[in-house]
Design a protein around this ligand. Sequence first.
Ligand SMILES: [Mn+2]
Length: 405
Amino acid sequence: MIKILHLSDIHMGSSFSHGRINPETGINSRLEDFIYTLSCCIDQAINTPVDLVLFGGDAFPDATPPPYVQEAFASQFRRLVDADIPTVLLVGNHDQHSQGNGGASLCIYRTLGVPKFIVGDQLDTHCIETQSGKIQVITLPWLTHSTLLTRPETEGLSVAEVNELLIERLQPALEGEIRRLDPDLPTVLLAHLMADRANLGAERFLAVGKGFTIPVSLLIRPEWEYVALGHVHKHQNLNPNNDPPIVYPGSIERVDFSEEKEQKGYVLVEVEKDTVHWEFHPVPARDFCTIEVDVTEREDPQAVILNAIQKRAIQDAVVRLIYKLRSEQLDLIETGALQGALQTAHSFTIRPELVSQLARPRLPELAVNRSLNPLDALQAYLDNREDLRDISEAMLEAAHSLLNS
Ligand SMILES: [Mn+2]
């Protein structure tokens, strides 16, 4: 029986806007959070101990993280080297450099020849010798147009057609890897991809440009015991009959509020030829908490908001307070007291939304049902800005020459 710890989507270095600077270290508290949850995963790998760690991709927000973030990541994975645990680092879309090939942020581990570390930056099969026997891991990093297609092939095609063509190419390539497998050894497919049955989370907004979706049917094969995925931040198994399990462990910390209600963690897998057992383990990720109140119809909006805050567990959480009110109620709100009520939160933002003001255009000349050319719109704007009168002539002139250039 080979024991595997499968984690993914670490995104170390993101979510800084939800943190504060730790005065003792000068480090953003959210980086400390991400280091902490990663250390929980590594602790588990070492204490179990597992025979293999599989990382499903997206180590950082981009391919060129600042050195102190890289170092924080490396010092956690270094513990696996010391514990003699083989590790596969798969390249996700956030790890790829837009210029050039491969994962700039992860390839350094191969360049340095870190013992028992494998970087999965291409479709390949790795036969790994573990404490409990051999296992085959097929690595399938994030695919882009240029991975399997040339520009003339994709010219004039729609996104959907390119997607189809890419899958047509992927299929035989994957088939080639499958044919080379030793049928007597347990096998895992480790892939960073968007499967067409996956529920979306923050990754939808984080990704630059649209990626490809891979049909789940392509991942259901008797040749492998487990499919270890990365990319989607919400933990899920895409094949509930577990034949084989197709599992996103999800991210290990909340990257933003879209992950507020998701449990964060990693997956422990036990695998041998034709048998697999897996289990999700939560990590103590920092809580996020949205408090939304509509006080437009309330006599005492301040008390209603304070009451809404009181009812929620905000201690040490990243909190956002959103309240809707009418402009006439503005004088009834004392922001200082709201801030006071949120003091026990790790960090908080307060966002008042003025209802009446949103419904009415600020300048009657710019009503939604009227279409103005850009110069008329600028003219209307400047007419309403006393303070810009001195430069309004010059601005109109500049706008005119820009539009005519
Ligand atoms: Mn990703």
